[in-house]
Design a protein around this ligand. Structure first.
Ligand code: GTP
Ligand code: MG
Length: 202
């Protein structure tokens, strides 16, 4: 799929104030600093569309980006960044919970995990929670450029092995680098496939 237009639409601090729309939404979630905003910029080829930062906790709102005037990419605040303080953490957790559970337009949630790290408890618990609630999701392994291809492969395999202890069927997954533009085609094709099946069976 080619992206011919990508526009920032709105930022919201409340999930119930997101755009009223029937268009499908694909949202990016994961720990702070994992690369959610960078991935949106990479997919859209607009390096400044979503704000990124080397300091965790940059994205604090729900951000909607309209793609090809047909579907949305949604950038969510990261979870699990303790330095924000307890109040802020709770607020963000509520926002994420509400968005994930209540947002009808939410079509697939991409859970981002850093391809360099051992599976983290907070991510595994989040994934389990998605399963319990029947939320459609895929996993995105980020920052693959930061290590050798071989190391990425073995880390991904290790992650899948851990998931297999919980899941009979593994979720779809993607390996990406915002830096090297890896995984762009695969992710966009996956989204396009879902968009097409929604058009055929609305
Ligand atoms: P929050 O908004 O704080 O939740 O973070 P985020 O998940 O949106 O992360 P963001 O995209 O702001 O990226 C965090 C840092 O990681 C930035 O310094 C990015 O440049 C860097 N980064 C993101 N993706 C990649 C990648 O694929 N490769 C490399 N080398 N760096 C990356
Ligand atoms: Mg961000």
């Amino acid at each position: 799929m080619e992206i011919t237009s990508a526009e920032f639409v709105i930022s919201n601090s409340r999930a119930d104030m997101c755009p009223k729309t029937n268009l499908p939404e694909y949202a990016f979630i994961g720990r702070s600093n994992v690369g959610k905003s960078s991935l949106i910029n990479m997919l859209t080829k607009q390096p400044k569309l979503a704000m990124t930062s080397s300091t965790p906790g940059k994205t604090l709102l729900i951000n909607h980006y309209l793609i090809n005037k047909q579907w949305y990419l949604v950038d969510l605040p990261g979870y699990g960044y303790a330095q924000r303080g307890k109040k802020m953490m709770e607020k963000i957790q509520k926002l994420i919970e509400y968005y994930v559970l209540e947002r009808e337009a939410m079509t697939c949630l991409f859970v981002l995990v850093d391809s360099r790290h051992e599976p983290q408890k907070i991510d595994l618990e989040f994934i389990e929670w998605l399963g319990e609630n029947g939320i459609p999701f895929a996993i995105v392994f980020t920052k693959a450029d930061k290590q050798t291809i071989g190391k990425t492969k073995s880390n991904v395999q290790h992650y899948l092995n851990i998931l297999q202890e919980q899941w009979e069927e593994l979720p779809p997954y993607f390996v990406t680098s915002a830096e090297k533009k890896t995984g762009r085609e695969e992710l966009l094709n996956y989204i396009e496939q879902i968009n097409q099946s929604l058009q055929q069976n609305p």
